[in-house]
Design a protein around this ligand. Structure first.
Ligand SMILES: Nc1nc2c(ncn2[C@@H]2O[C@H](COP(=O)(O)OP(=O)(O)OP(=O)(O)O)[C@@H](O)[C@H]2O)c(=O)[nH]1
Length: 376
């Protein structure tokens, strides 16, 4: 019993440290506050181990009941935190039902049976592993690590349950229980390490997206486009492939803002960006160059192919219409294209495509112009 008490004490210390550390977790904007669930998990884990230690020292019905309740709550909070973090579709009510069934079964049906607690933990662990492996936004290394820790826990618990049913001999099972208990602080620390790294990886990803993406259209921003296009030009030169730059600008966009307001203007910009991206292939890149001006690099594309693709884009933009309470907005855009000649000077090709686009504006807008036509 003495060693169990010491282990319980170490779990309490680990949980308190982790609880304080978890104050650093930040949820992504719009995400459910999973960090509150994780903090509650540490909080209830501390209380559970305090109550359980007291129960080991002098067992009472009340302490026994509360140790079950706090055990149920800590597992519940961990699972809810993971489900929220993964934006999982598994209903929270289902997990809550497991907790209620666990307490009722353990208290009123199979009195002080440790198997029920194992079964409860196995179910919750499986729910967590499933949610982590099916994360809506793709699992990161931290999440996979967390899934691994929980999966190991599940395996241990299943083995333990098997021992109770007589598949494994009883002495081995007692040994197993002690081992499981010894590993409790390590399990908790491992879980937190992965939890931390998964939050840090997400924060890193968010920073990367912020640095490379335009928040309104979610296309790449100008800075990322310039650095990425240099890399693409080098690759095209190495493989001796043609490459085209396309610039485009919405026609009379100021009138959209003036007549319908900036909010509608933003909506139009987003829809416009969407149409452009629909016409590009996997290796191409599209970026918001500024305001209502967009730029793209069409890989493995010569000027003849580029003219065909961009002409289709222009026709599609022409078909766009937006219903507002002040009437319908129809959109057109002007396009300029230029086949890259100097693979070491992307700025020059962008300028040429820009000149072609201004030529399209001068020609009455809603047309596609090639840079060669500007020179002619
Ligand atoms: N709603 C919204 N408007 C923007 C944004 N960025 C730039 N604009 C607006 O885009 C408009 C650009 O107008 P202009 O440069 O005069 O060009 P235009 O009216 O499209 O005319 P042409 O290009 O000559 O056909 C300005 O009114 C800007 O305020 C944005 O992020 N959201």
């Amino acid at each position: 019993m003495g060693s169990q008490f010491e282990i319980a004490l170490s779990v309490i210390i680990v949980s308190i440290v982790m609880f304080i550390a978890s104050l650093l977790f930040k949820d992504k904007e719009g995400d459910k506050p999973a960090r509150i669930a994780f903090r509650s998990f540490y909080f209830f884990t501390v209380i559970f181990f305090v109550v359980m230690s007291a129960n080991i020292q002098s067992s009472t019905l009340l302490l026994d009941f509360f140790s079950d309740v706090f055990f149920a709550l800590s597992g519940l909070c961990l699972t809810i935190g993971i489900l929220w973090r993964c934006q999982s579709k598994i209903p929270i009510s289902l997990v809550c039902s497991f907790a209620v069934i666990y307490v009722i079964t353990d208290k009123f049906v199979i009195e002080s049976s440790v198997q029920v607690a194992y079964l409860y933990n196995v179910i919750l662990s499986l729910v967590c592993v499933y949610a982590l492996l099916n994360r809506t936004q793709g699992s990161n290394v931290g999440d996979k690590g967390m899934a691994l820790v929980i999966a190991l826990n599940t395996l241990l618990l299943i083995a333990n349950l098997a021992s109770f049913t007589g598949i494994i001999n009883h002495e081995f099972s007692t040994q197993f229980m002690v081992t499981l208990f010894i590993f409790a602080p390590a399990y908790l620390a491992g879980l937190t390490i992965f939890l931390f790294s998964s939050y840090m990886l997400d924060a890193h990803k968010a920073l990367e997206i912020e640095a490379t993406t335009d928040p309104l259209t979610e296309l790449y921003n100008r800075r990322f486009f310039l650095s990425e296009s240099k890399r693409m030009l080098k690759a095209a030169e190495r493989h001796r492939e043609p490459l085209c730059v396309m610039m485009c600008d919405i026609d009379y966009f100021k009138q959209v803002n003036d007549n319908y307001g900036h909010k509608v203007g933003d909506k139009v910009l987003k829809a416009f960006a969407h149409v452009l991206s629909d016409y590009l292939r996997g290796g191409d890149i599209l970026a918001r160059y500024g305001g209502e001006e967009f730029v793209a690099i069409l890989t493995q594309t010569d000027k003849v192919k580029a003219l065909t693709v961009v002409e289709r884009m222009r026709e599609q933009v022409e078909k766009l219409s937006f219903e507002t309470n002040k009437g319908t907005i129809n959109l057109t855009a002007s396009f300029g294209i230029c086949e890259v000649q100097d693979y070491h000077d992307i700025e020059m090709s962008i300028n040429h495509a820009d000149n072609a686009m201004y030529d399209a504006k001068s020609a009455g807008r809603n047309v596609v112009k090639h840079y060669e036509s500007v020179l002619a």
